[in-house]
Write a protein of this length. Structure first.
Length: 399
């Protein structure tokens, strides 16, 4: 193989071919094969190259493209191929010298320019194949977001979602075929979207308004955010637990005894690079964890219906482990023998038996031991008094 790259990844917009850069036009002229979605191929000028339409499903096209290695190939993608685009789906299979990228303006840039919004302060979402609930944590009055959608019908879905979450007063600008001669702009309010058909490609610029519930940024969100059968780490203890877990970018959590999933979900809400696996022995609770995660737009959570430690073998190794239920001498021994040095472990003990286990483990392995005693004001006859919760002993250690 020569040192020259065999693949050029070309970003183009609805204004192609006029909007293509000289470098992109040169790459197309010199290509033996041009591969891209049919809509992209239809925007090209006359070329001598063979044209190959990208198949469905998308992954089949990656395999087909890689089989062309060694020939002069141009791959077409929308706008900037590396911002919610197809670029990384291909380049992760290639060496750096095999490809060159020639991006065009992203849809986000074009939409921000239409709206006059500072892009650095505008949330950007690519929801071609992701649920609308991905937006949930960003919904707050005054927030601005640009949302890429899979097709025209998804515009109505977005308006209905905003309305259902209490943000029907949000201003929506629907931008079809943005940047090209077929561009159409529709300004509306989410709960009064006109009954018209929107067409692909489409995106929406949204300025959030309304009285819907806003998800707080700090750990220890209100218990009402999570559906539960009563088995869950309550808000104040959850805040202390997340502090002890101390999430850092790119870390993976094991949540043992998931309950409602509140710990793992709040872990994931801390940063978009975090991942988690929760294991829960009861099937109904495992289903509830999945539903809670979906409602809050968290899709980096793997839910395992099973028991620990048996169900832990073969899972992605953790950086941090939380034991919220099922604490036993056997589980602690398995974790000590299995987890690599440097893994952080946090365990919450409620019963006298589990408290004894973490007390002995603390004496043996060190770490921090914290006793949490909380009381809340409750009616007491015609007046009020303090109602104490069960005390919790929290042990945190780095193995």
């Amino acid at each position: 193989m020569t040192d020259a790259p065999w693949l050029h990844i070309i970003g183009l917009g609805e204004d192609a071919p006029q909007g293509l850069s000289p470098a992109s036009l040169s790459a197309l002229k010199n290509a033996e094969i041009v591969m891209g979605p049919p809509r992209h191929l239809s925007l090209l000028p006359a070329l001598d190259a063979e044209r190959i339409a990208w198949p469905v499903p998308f992954a089949d096209g990656v395999t087909q493209l890689l089989a062309l290695r060694g020939r002069r190939v141009a791959m077409l993608a929308s706008g900037d191929p590396f911002w919610f685009g197809a670029g990384t789906s291909v380049t992760r299979h290639l060496e750096a010298q095999e490809w060159v990228a020639l991006p065009g303006p992203s849809t986000f840039s074009l939409a921000a320019s239409q709206m006059g919004w500072p892009l650095e302060r505008t949330a950007c979402f690519g929801l071609h194949a992701a649920p609308l609930a991905r937006l949930r944590s960003a919904l707050a009055p005054g927030a601005r977001m640009i949302v890429l959608l899979r097709d025209g019908a998804a515009v109505r879905d977005l308006a209905d979602y905003l309305t259902g979450e209490g943000f029907g007063a949000s201003f929506m600008t629907v931008l079809e075929a943005l940047g090209g001669p077929r561009m159409r702009r529709t300004d509306a309010v989410a709960d009064a979207l006109p009954d018209v058909a929107f067409s692909h490609p489409v995106c929406c610029a949204v300025e959030v308004q309304g009285a819907g519930a806003v998800l707080p940024l700090a750990s220890g969100r209100a218990d009402a955010w999570f559906d539960s059968d009563g088995t869950m780490t309550k808000r104040p203890v959850r805040a202390l637990t997340l502090s002890a877990l101390a999430p850092r970018p790119f870390e993976h959590l094991w949540d043992i005894g998931g309950g409602s999933g509140s710990i793992a979900i709040e872990w994931l809400l801390s940063h978009p690079t975090l991942t988690a696996t929760t294991i829960e022995p009861r099937a109904d609770r495992a289903e509830r964890i999945t539903a809670n995660a979906a409602k809050l737009g968290v899709d980096r959570l793997k839910v395992i219906h099973g028991s620990a430690p048996e169900g832990l073998s073969g899972l992605t190794p953790p950086d941090v482990v939380f034991i919220g239920g099922g604490l036993s001498e056997g589980l602690l021994a398995w974790l000590e023998d299995t987890l690599p040095q440097g893994t952080r472990l946090v365990a919450n003990a409620v019963t006298l038996e589990s408290e004894a286990l973490v007390t002995l483990a603390h004496a043996r392995l060190g770490g921090d031991l914290l006793r949490i005693e909380l009381a809340a004001a409750q009616p007491l006859g015609p007046k009020r008094g303090w109602k104490a919760s069960y005390p919790i002993v929290q042990w945190s250690v780095t193995l």
